[in-house]
Design a protein around this ligand. Structure first.
Ligand SMILES: Cc1ncc(COP(=O)(O)O)c(C=O)c1O
Length: 426
């Protein structure tokens, strides 16, 4: 047997060189991510640090997981207390725990009454780990609703989804992806999904059949090119869902929790869906935690003992982080911060875009801003920005995505804008 390597961490910095870290991943990891050549040793607030002490402004924020900033003290302390106090570890799901009960009640109240047409019963919450697991829960919910409430024969249920969607990487979710990169060679793909053009309400209308049981939508497509649907689209989906007795589910894993300047992105159109999926920022980016939230009546109709479950879903450490993160969200007015700063930042970026030979369009809401470049080479700009100490990435090849932690301050915004100016204008 080979000896275990001796690893020492000092303030989060291990004694391994960047070169060793690259090689370890190259040799022992699946190559399923295209990474940039940066080993991050430390993350705090809006900043990431490498082993030379060079700091990078994190304007990607783990695709919204780090909305409250990395290692937010309230969330970190809650997690540390749980570890030190011996109430963090996963327990058999046959027992109750107080972190779970407390988190469920906070998360249920966090959302407005889901599916108000089903009555004012409050919300119920089903917790999972990574976001895609809660997307799967939502898919099960829509299908079972079709079967039980609408009488669709089991196996015939259809769910409407949208072109260029991104809902994760399980077999079901890649089955209805428009991207070959995500599903080629992974067949047989899961049937029962009908994909239509994002933003096209007539296409949705045409796609509805007697077997349609639900609509799954991102209210603002992040991975799909930072695309905001035309005004009235979500309202249209709401009306079609009511008229045809469909469950309308919003995937707010990336755009919820204040990212677009409202608590939930669906609020921009003043609608309430029948269910919402949250993940990423739900635990402040410290441990995996996601939820599916729906009207209590619907949750009770769909899930009975044994029909769902997960060893770690709703385990104490995640629930403690989740409860702390919801508290931080409210106390620090993260949605309001995002709305206010996003307005300023977007105007400043637009001003740069007006002088840039490279930019086609700037679009966004709150601190979720896309800069579409004319030649579809967004990643080239991202690499230049990295050299200048800014972490961003592309969305769909053509758009630079700007989504810093919502706690970004004025000085940090100046840092960001100065670097955008440098690569987009100079
Ligand atoms: C809208 C949306 N849905 C689902 C997911 C999948 O979440 P996870 O990677 O945590 O499984 C993501 C991840 O980026 C997402 O942005």
């Amino acid at each position: 047997m080979t000896a275990m390597r001796k690893i020492h961490y000092f303030d989060g910095f291990s004694n391994e060189t960047d070169h060793t870290i690259f090689n370890l991943e190259e040799d022992f990891g699946a190559h399923h991510y295209e990474r940039i050549n940066l080993v991050v040793r430390h993350a705090k607030g809006c900043w990431l640090t490498d082993d030379k002490g060079k700091r990078y402004l994190d304007c990607l924020a783990a695709y919204s997981a780090a909305n409250p900033g990395h290692h937010h003290p309230t969330i970190t302390n809650a997690v540390m207390d749980a570890l030190i106090g011996n109430y963090a570890s996963v327990l058999s799901n046959v027992v109750f725990t107080d972190p779970l009960g407390i988190f469920l009640s906070e998360a249920a109240k966090f959302a407005p009454q889901m599916g108000p047409r089903f009555g004012n019963h409050g919300n119920k919450v089903l917790p999972k780990n990574g976001g895609v697991e809660s997307v799967e829960t939502a898919i099960k919910a829509m299908r079972y609703y079709g079967f039980k409430a609408k009488g669709i024969p089991d196996g015939q249920q259809e769910i409407i989804v949208f072109d260029n969607n991104f809902h994760g990487r399980t077999i079901s979710t890649v089955s209805f992806s428009s991207s070959k990169k995500y599903n080629e060679g992974f067949g047989p793909l899961t049937p029962g999904f009908v994909s239509v053009k994002f933003g096209d309400i007539d296409a949705v209308k045409k796609a509805i059949t007697p077997n349609t049981c639900g609509i799954l939508v991102e209210p603002f497509q992040g991975e799909g090119g930072m695309k905001i649907p035309p005004k009235g689209f979500l309202k249209g989906l709401r009306e079609l869902s009511d008229a045809n007795d469909l469950l309308l589910i919003c995937d707010e894993i990336q755009v919820g929790m204040g990212r677009t300047g409202k608590k939930f992105c669906f609020e921009h159109e003043d609608i309430v869906p029948d269910g919402v999926i949250l993940g990423k920022a739900l635990s402040g980016g410290l441990v995996p935690l996601s939820v599916f939230i729906t009207n209590a009546k619907i949750m009770d109709m769909i899930f009975s003992k044994g029909s769902d479950g997960s060893t770690f879903g709703g385990y104490p450490l995640a629930c403690v982080a989740g409860t702390a993160s919801l508290k931080v969200f409210e106390e620090e007015h993260l949605a309001e911060q995002s709305a206010r700063k996003g307005k300023i930042l977007k105007a400043r970026i637009q001003e740069i875009a007006d002088r840039s030979p490279h930019v086609r369009e700037v679009r966004g809401k709150g601190l979720f801003i896309g800069i579409e470049v004319k030649k579809g080479n967004a990643m080239e700009f991202c690499h230049k920005l990295l050299k200048l100490g800014l972490i961003v990435n592309d969305s769909h090849g053509h758009t630079i995505r700007i989504s810093p932690p919502l706690v970004i301050n004025e000085e940090e915004m100046d840092f960001l804008v100065a670097r955008l100016e440098q690569v987009l204008v100079d």
